[in-house]
Design a protein around this ligand. Sequence first.
Ligand SMILES: [Fe+2]
Length: 571
Amino acid sequence: MAAVEEERFNRIKHWAGLPVEAARWCLDMRRDESRLGRHGCPRPVDHIAIARDPKAHLGKKLLRVATRPSDWRLMVSRAKNSVSIARVGETLEAAGILGKLHFVEHHRAHLASAFFASPFEEAAVISIDGFGDFSSVMWGVGRGNHIDLRGAVHYPHSLGLYYTAFTQLLGFPKYGDEYKMMGLGAYGEPRFADKVRDVVRTEGDQCRLNLDYFIHHTKGVDMTWAGGEPQLGPVYSEKLEAAFGKARAPRAEIEQRHTDLACSVQKVLEENYFALLNHVQKKTGMRAVCLAGGVALNCVANGMIFERTSFRDVYVQPASHDAGTSIGAALYVQHEVLAQPREFVMRHVYYGPEYGESEIRPALEAEGAAYTRMAADELVARTAQAIADGKIVGWYQGRMEFGPRALGNRSILADPRRKDMKDTLNARIKYREPFRPFCPSILAEKAGEWFETDYPSPFMVVAYKIKPSCRERIPAVTHGDGTGRLQTVEREVSPLYWKLIAKFDELTGVPVLLNTSFNENEPIVNTPSEALECFLRTQMDVLVMGPYFLLKSENMHQSEKRRTFAEVESR
Ligand SMILES: [Fe+2]
């Protein structure tokens, strides 16, 4: 019914504290539903699920701390966080405000988020990340409403942390920066792969780090806040620098050796990823696989699953990062604890807040913005034409996306045929590193004409090779390695967005739009005011919000006011 990340309300990227605003909003949704008479319930919720279990692997944790006292600090800070969440929950539970409280181990929640949200009756299920509740990998077999656990990788070994270590070494220190290294790798040669293989290897289902290259297991890992965003302390040792060169300073020039190292790290990640996937495939004999955990957001590796494994069906949880464990924990309780049958398939990510005309219009009026209200057909035609003319369009419609990708409801759209569009977007709005790709949304029924793999990719978590003959037709969304991290848009799932792309196809013969998230170095916009603010502050040309169509050229006054403020602030 509802899913939203706290960062969209408090506007702090990757916020990981108690999600007060998000919980409040979800409860409000529930209240609205009961008012409509669809649910009659005496209290707002019957069960509350938290994707963290302080008691998980307690024996192993204590043993670890006994042998390495330096782990105390990390363990204690994590435990404190869990305990404070638990206390709040238990107090509310005791007061009869909340129903029963459930703690779900981190990776069980990841697994549940992948399998129970998938359309498969049975599948292999794998979760791979940095760490959570002392594990970095967990896998099993999902059948009906149960996942049978078969294996795990425990602290301090982690494929996710291997990737993070090199991301840090390459000068991308922020939480979630792994994307940047993956993007950079597409432009390199894997000439350091042999040396990188000394850092990590996978045997059976066990991903093993060569711990000489790491310090997380001896010194612990600190999470700090820098510039309003979380940042992980270094996890690599001096030996990694000795072997691969001094760490690049953030924003220092990127040399060919950096690019080649990124490429090598990605190649070795893929080797380990597929060793694990193939092991699980052989052990389970399953035809389908469901994936979650931060490493499952590696869209380049995901794009090779059909090529490099015997799996023939795949479902990647769109919120594979830790935010998705909230959905997973809820599904875990629903099926594993309450033994309810499955009836839900997560086919889209539009589970966030929606703002209707009655909220959009006052936001426009308050700003004194010039706008035109249009019927759907005209709105779609005008927008498609603007994009074809090279305009950058803010597209704000319906319910906000859950998870890291904007998928056509809070998106910035542009013409993928223009070679210079990537630079234009970066110069005018996104300010990203030039090697990071922008991604295509394509009409689902036409994906096979443009991509070498014709398999649904509704969530932009898979990169497929673009057919060589098509690459030069959509250069702004073709990455350095000839792939595109695509969103296949289905008519039944996103009718308005589908119509817009179809109209663009009619005008240009290209059923593809460049789609990037509606934000400027901040969490994706949530409210109409935030969207309008972002439109006025940046050099976006057009804003389409609900049925309202705004041109920047008619709103220059408001825009200039904003930009002056922004410039003063940045000085
Ligand atoms: Fe995780």
